[in-house]
Design a protein around this ligand. Structure first.
Ligand SMILES: NC(=O)c1ccc[n+]([C@@H]2O[C@H](COP(=O)([O-])OP(=O)(O)OC[C@H]3O[C@@H](n4cnc5c(N)ncnc54)[C@H](O)[C@@H]3O)[C@@H](O)[C@H]2O)c1
Length: 419
């Protein structure tokens, strides 16, 4: 098998240090790796992964390799590769990597094809790149493929649509549906790193600032609570009455985006949808409003419509673009509408990715074990795997919890009267 296509093998020392450092904060993956080394559940399995090439991903790939898999890695977009990590994976861990930071699009596309040339049994995606490529351009690989895992919420929604239309050709496990992933990644990780990214991009004082969060889902809740923790006056916009009432009962102001547009100083979209902030909204905004997105890449803020209001546009800081409107106001868009925490901050801490990647490693093991029975549809991570991740995490924190006694179990299983 090819050893890959990376920028520079001489960066490997730095990549190894960073990978080992991240591993210290990944106790759940450490535990799974130990077990994989003993039981070799992935012996003979070929895996192609399309994930950001980071120290945390490196540890996932090493865990899969240690479980017996032949794994290769490419990147979902040109910005998400850390060249030094790619170098250590190739030099020190003998895992083929096809990823170069800022590679032109035709090279990035060729890298995806190269990862698939390994003729994988399992695909691992964050945004469906490998799965889409197999379904549209490499259908000859379908016969070999036992299943896939998909990390994102948006990916899971699209995969379910494919399954409904009968076009999904192999089983996929939706990592986003696991409770531990949602808690750690969407709520805690995104909550913290979005605030971090806003501060790094525009260095504003959040205390007293009117901070609008669109979407009170897993990510939106995390962002709203963290912004409140910094002293911001947080406003939530929603389309789901249940989520909206939860936000209101948590003490947030809830209103329509049309109303919030005139009040907010910072706007963060986290809905997974599109055109959440439109031209009409921008027309109402205060001078100096800051707009950013944590959800669907490039879709939630309607930048095409915004550009029609603009007389001039210029970068003012790293990741901050000033839009001078014809009426003299200025608004600032962070990261070109792409998820700001991955651009201006450092994405999620290793502790968060530990939980995500533990779910991914166990999901791959589950797919391999149950190849015969799984159908071409989208499966959530089984509850027992989710609980196993939570249990290992708690152990690593030194936290002990109660267990149901036999009497309690029997009571809950058989109680004829209920409460
Ligand atoms: N940036 C990151 O680090 C990161 C991490 C995880 C997920 N995500 C992405 O963030 C997005 C949200 O994920 P989630 O887990 O919070 O999803 P979720 O389904 O839990 O929450 C989305 C919420 O947005 C609401 N919503 C939908 N359209 C809306 C609109 N027009 N206006 C206001 N509210 C609207 C929904 O009712 C829902 O409550 C997805 O695109 C997901 O892929 C980003």
């Amino acid at each position: 098998m090819s050893c890959g296509d990376i920028r520079d093998l001489s960066l490997a020392d730095q990549g190894k240090r960073r990978t080992e450092w991240a591993f210290q904060s990944m106790p759940v993956l450490q535990s799974i790796r130990k077990q994989f080394i003993k039981t070799q559940p992935l012996a003979g399995i070929r895996i192609a992964a399309c994930l950001p090439v980071t120290p945390e991903t490196a540890n996932l790939m090493i865990t899969l390799r240690d479980g017996g898999a032949a794994a290769s890695l490419c990147a979902p977009d040109a910005r998400s590769t850390e060249d030094e990590v790619a170098a250590t994976l190739v030099r020190d861990y003998h895992i083929p990597v096809f990823a170069i930071r800022d590679a032109p699009s035709e090279i990035a596309a060729a890298h995806v094809q190269s990862a698939l040339d390994s003729q994988p049994h399992i695909t691992m995606d964050t945004g469906m790149e490998l799965l889409n490529t197999v379904h549209t351009r490499r259908p000859e690989l379908l016969d070999n493929i036992a299943g896939g895992v998909e990390e994102t919420a948006t990916g899971a929604v699209r995969l379910r649509a494919m399954a409904r239309q009968g076009t999904l050709r192999y089983p996929v496990m939706a990592i986003n549906d696991s409770s531990t992933k949602r808690l750690y990644d969407n709520r805690l990780g995104t909550g913290q790193s979005v605030i971090d990214a806003i501060l790094r991009s525009v260095n504003i004082l959040l205390a007293g600032c009117h901070f609008v969060v669109a979407g009170f889902g897993w990510c939106g809740r995390g962002i709203a609570w963290r912004a409140r923790g910094m002293g911001a006056a947080v406003i939530v916009t929603e389309v789901d009455p249940i989520r909206a009432i939860e936000a209101a009962m948590d003490g947030f102001r809830v209103m329509s985006m049309a109303e919030a547009a005139a009040i907010g100083e910072v706007f963060v979209t986290a809905t997974g949808g599109r055109s959440v902030i439109t031209r009409d909204h921008v027309e109402r905004m205060k001078n100096g409003a800051v707009l950013c997105n944590a959800g669907n890449p490039g879709m939630e803020i309607d930048l095409d419509a915004l550009s029609k209001l603009v007389s001039a546009q210029r970068p003012v800081r790293d990741h901050a673009e000033e839009y001078a409107l014809r009426d003299g106001r200025r608004v600032y868009v962070l990261g070109g509408g792409r998820p700001i925490n991955f651009l201006a901050a450092e994405g999620h801490p290793a502790t968060v990715m530990d939980v995500n990647f533990a779910n991914q490693a166990l999901a791959v093991e589950h797919l391999v074990k149950h190849t015969e029975t799984l159908e071409s549809r989208v499966y959530p991570v089984p509850a027992e795997l989710d609980r196993r991740v939570a249990r290992i995490k708690l152990e690593s924190m030194g936290v002990k919890i109660d267990r149901l006694t036999l009497e309690q179990e029997q009571y809950l299983a058989n109680s004829p009267d209920g409460t």
